[in-house]
Design a protein around this ligand. Structure first.
Ligand code: NOJ
Length: 530
């Protein structure tokens, strides 16, 4: 049993959470002032996205100094205040470690491009052009174009799986490994409780830098994401050598009882599972239900399969983050989208694992519409439809100017389509709001954790349904659009949580309906269990 087994995670996109100094940009003091919201909600494991010095070409995932704070977000003292307040409230904090690449403004890269024999040249992946002058191989960047940019100074190309301003580090170099071990040790010494590891399936590359097999035709109208998917990423991602890196990190993390949570964003859960285990990462975020259209039957069966092959501790279940359209929008919008999200969350709340909310998910927020001339995200600039700004707009706190996010007249990213009813304050005052339905779910999860022990037993394989028993607790989720009758395990069961109406009082006997309503979930408790 570890401290994160029963934890509930909450992702904060620092730029858009809360602004304390009126510059229109979220910051660490703003986050500190709003941590009570997480405590009230029942989230006790914060993941905060990168706050380091950065040219912000990819809004912080281009790090220029791993050990400091960007002035937009405060300074190291503000960080310490935030961490101390977290710990006072019983919240643990993960920070975002970005080891696959740095910013092109990182001193290591500035030195690397100073000359072929510079001290940090081998921190990055430089190669001469092919005989025709083109890039060394056929790798493409996630964000569009080749994964290689010519360094005019040396006439060699350098590798970048994301923007040209995000050069990839050379993880075959022991000096790079040593740098990161020291970065990790430094933050652990400062008191953080672990790391969310960006692009955890990246890092190591094939030493021969072989061409990736192309599996689909590429046409000029394809978006960067589609072009990236036209290759099998055999040589640039998911290299077995990456496991050796995590073996080292794991020793350091375990020494501090710290959590290593990987962004192992691969299509197949059996692959992400390989990064976990006693010698690897503790947890991996689950991406199985992201980036695809709603399909109740496929979602339910994929979730069941993921739970079956998950390691003992489970995955970090999630349907939302700062890179994907918000689930309510993806799942059909409005009440339908919200009900579907909550039905999935009823399963997340009972499966072994550490589920993660993304800020505003508890409010049932939908994506904002971002006008073309207000796009900030580099992905959106390359392909408007795939832009990530719509899910990154400021958190709505209370009715009034800028919905309580900032005292500035304009936030760094406008949220033109939000209104007062979506704010935390309004929803706290309204029984039955999305916020109360989520909070009640987390309360039920927490209260019943001592009863949710023992192996997971599936109750039915009905299409579109995820239903299981763990010890004295049953979780039922009907993702489909029709009522489904379910045979409960023997014994007397009472409803403790209903995704439509929230927590049920323990004393009051509630009839279990003959059929589970469409797009709903319930948590049942065996009567008499203590
Ligand atoms: C994954 C992060 O979540 C995303 O925001 C970022 O653009 C890429 N990694 C590159 O660091």
């Amino acid at each position: 049993m570890t401290w994160w087994d029963n934890a509930v995670g909450y992702e904060v996109y620092i730029r858009s959470f809360a602004d304390s100094d009126g510059d229109g940009i979220g910051d660490l003091d703003g986050l500190t002032a709003r941590l009570d919201h997480l405590a009230w909600l029942g989230a006790d494991l914060l993941w905060v996205t990168p706050f380091y010095p950065s040219p912000l070409k990819d809004f912080g995932y281009d790090v220029a100094d791993y050990l400091d704070v960007h002035p937009n977000y405060g300074d190291l003292e503000a960080f310490d205040r935030c961490l101390a307040r977290c710990h006072e409230l019983g919240i643990r904090m993960l920070i975002d470690l970005v080891p696959n690449h740095t910013s092109d403004q990182h001193p290591w890269f500035l030195d690397a491009i100073a000359g072929r024999h510079s001290a940090h040249r081998d921190y990055y992946i430089f190669r001469p052009p092919r005989s025709d002058g083109g890039p060394p191989n056929n790798w493409v960047s996630h964000f569009g174009g080749p994964a290689w940019t010519l360094d005019p100074n040396s006439g060699e190309y350098y590798c970048h799986l994301f923007l040209p301003e995000q050069p990839d580090l050379n993880w075959a170099n022991p000096a790079v490994q040593a740098e990161f071990e020291s970065i990790i040790a430094s933050w652990l010494g400062r008191g953080v409780d672990g790391f969310r590891i960006d692009v955890a399936h990246g890092l190591c590359k094939d030493p021969a830098l072989a061409d990736n097999p192309q599996i689909a035709e590429i046409t000029p109208d394809m978006s960067p994401r589609e072009v990236f998917a036209a290759f099998e990423h055999v040589y640039d991602l998911e290299r077995p050598e990456t496991g050796d890196i995590y073996r080292q990190w794991r020793r350091i993390a375990d020494h501090h009882d710290a959590l290593l949570l990987g962004e192992v964003n691969v299509g197949d859960v059996s692959v992400s599972r390989q990064y976990l285990g006693e010698d690897g990462l503790h947890r991996a975020l689950y991406f199985g239900l992201n980036d695809r259209p709603w399909d109740a039957e496929a979602f339910a069966s994929d979730l069941r399969r993921a739970a079956e092959i998950a390691p003992d501790g489970g995955f970090s279940w999630a349907i939302s983050n700062h890179d994907e359209p918000r689930p309510v929008t993806r799942f059909g919008g409005g009440g339908v989208g919200l009900d579907r999200s909550l039905a999935i969350w009823v399963a997340f709340a009972g499966l072994p694992g550490t589920p993660f909310l993304y800020q505003g998910e508890e409010l049932g927020l939908e994506d904002c519409v971002i006008e073309r001339d207000d796009v900030h995200d580099p992905v959106g600039l390359a392909s408007y439809e795939e832009g990530r700004d719509p899910c990154r707009t400021p958190m709505p706190w209370e009715p009034g100017e800028q919905l309580g996010f900032t005292t500035a007249s304009r936030a760094w990213l406008a949220s033109p389509t939000r209104d007062a009813t979506e704010t935390v304050a309004a929803q706290r005052d309204q029984p039955g709001s999305p916020l109360h339905r989520f909070r009640d779910l987390l309360t039920a999860r927490r209260e019943m954790s001592p009863l949710r022990r023992g192996p997971l037993e599936w109750i039915t394989d009905e299409p579109g349904v995820v239903a299981f028993r763990r010890g004295e607790v049953v979780h039922l989720s009907n993702l489909g659009d029709h009522p489904v009758a379910i045979d409960l395990p023997p014994g007397e069961w009472g409803i403790r949580y209903d995704s439509g109406s929230g927590l049920k009082s323990e004393g009051k006997k509630t009839e279990i309906p003959a059929a589970l309503a469409p797009r709903s979930g319930m948590i049942l408790r065996r009567s008499g269990s203590t």
